[in-house]
Design a protein around this ligand. Sequence first.
Ligand SMILES: NC(=O)c1ccc[n+]([C@@H]2O[C@H](COP(=O)([O-])OP(=O)(O)OC[C@H]3O[C@@H](n4cnc5c(N)ncnc54)[C@H](O)[C@@H]3O)[C@@H](O)[C@H]2O)c1
Ligand SMILES: O=C(O)C(=O)C[C@@H](O)[C@H](O)[C@H](O)COP(=O)(O)O
Ligand SMILES: [Zn+2]
Length: 369
Amino acid sequence: MIAATTVEVGGGEPYAIHIGDGLLGDSALLAKTFRGRHALIVSDEHVAPLYAEAVAAASRSACTNVQLHILVLPAGEAAKTFDNFTRVIDALATLGATRDACVFALGGGVIGDMAGFAAACWMRGIDCVQLPTSLLAMVDSSVGGKTAIDIPQGKNLVGAFHPPRAVVIDTTTLRTLPPRELRAGLAEVVKYGAIIDGAFIDWLDAHADALLAMDATALSAAIARSCTHKAAITERDPLEHGERALLNFGHTFAHAIEAEQAALNGGWGAGLNHGEAVAVGMVLAARLSTQLGMATMDDATRLTALLKRFGLPIRIPAGLDADALLARMRLDKKAAADGLRFILWDSIGHARVVAGVDESAVLQVLRAD
Ligand SMILES: NC(=O)c1ccc[n+]([C@@H]2O[C@H](COP(=O)([O-])OP(=O)(O)OC[C@H]3O[C@@H](n4cnc5c(N)ncnc54)[C@H](O)[C@@H]3O)[C@@H](O)[C@H]2O)c1
Ligand SMILES: O=C(O)C(=O)C[C@@H](O)[C@H](O)[C@H](O)COP(=O)(O)O
Ligand SMILES: [Zn+2]
């Protein structure tokens, strides 16, 4: 049994991130996060059969007259659509959810983003408690309040900032997570080391085998350190006016890869998943930093080696065209009138926003892969 930890997120809308074993069944904890009588548990077809009943039981014992519904959506990136968003809204309407209602987002980042967006929109904003069950959702998507759905033109293009009421991370749910999804989550863990915590990269190097073997102590430590970074950055800059953009390291490339794969292969989720695309994107961002004379090639090589060790892809998938990827990047949310903005680094652990990046340098990096 690993000792439970809490990371507090301050600012205008403070909340707590609870990390520990078995927390989904902790009715006293759920009672603290739940104000009203209506509860909608939104989950997916893989996660709901495993964990939705535990959350429902805890909600019923937290509030004896709770009106509760469990909505089960298809799993995976292809489900992060307007249609499924509408299904969440319909479920809230059918439940008769009042302003003190709560949406419990039980699943990976897809469910967290989509259910969170519905909570942001219903009656202009009701509580959303994030109950992440994938490593990626535990270390990244459940914290910070970015919610969204995908549209054919790009990832997360329709969404809102809506901080959760609380985040409850039950680390025992990782026991059922498929290995590929564990590795995808490790990509976003590596990201924190890459952007602001070089010592974390040393730690990840030293604990890579333990993490891949699902060692509970190593995983809990990685989750807590990642959440602490994400909490601190999003507390200081909740709406991405500045520093928060660092969390987008690798994402200009990753989102272009994900969108282009979707266009060529018949929908979102084809090919690399988000974490895998971020791994490739971080390698490309590191190489672009070298190309622009900001950083040495040694740092890019070290990052690439760590991602490879975690079983993550490090190259653009075959068949994706460099010009098509560049065109996708022009709709990146960080782009502005002065052109593309990338998160690049001076060295491991020292990233910054770079505006007005020359497209020819980007193309050179894409073509060299
Ligand atoms: N809002 C943010 O700040 C933020 C941050 C990072 C990523 N994201 C978004 O998150 C999404 C990716 O999230 P993801 O990687 O969790 O993908 P996901 O939600 O598709 O989950 C991955 C797969 O694992 C399954 N799964 C999840 N937990 C499980 C468990 N405990 N046991 C068994 N199966 C389980 C899911 O059913 C799914 O098939 C992307 O859409 C990405 O854009 C958002
Ligand atoms: O929280 C953030 O800010 C991030 O950028 C975290 C990213 O890992 C995440 O993929 C996010 O959804 C990307 O945001 P977007 O604004 O580029 O869609
Ligand atoms: Zn991401």
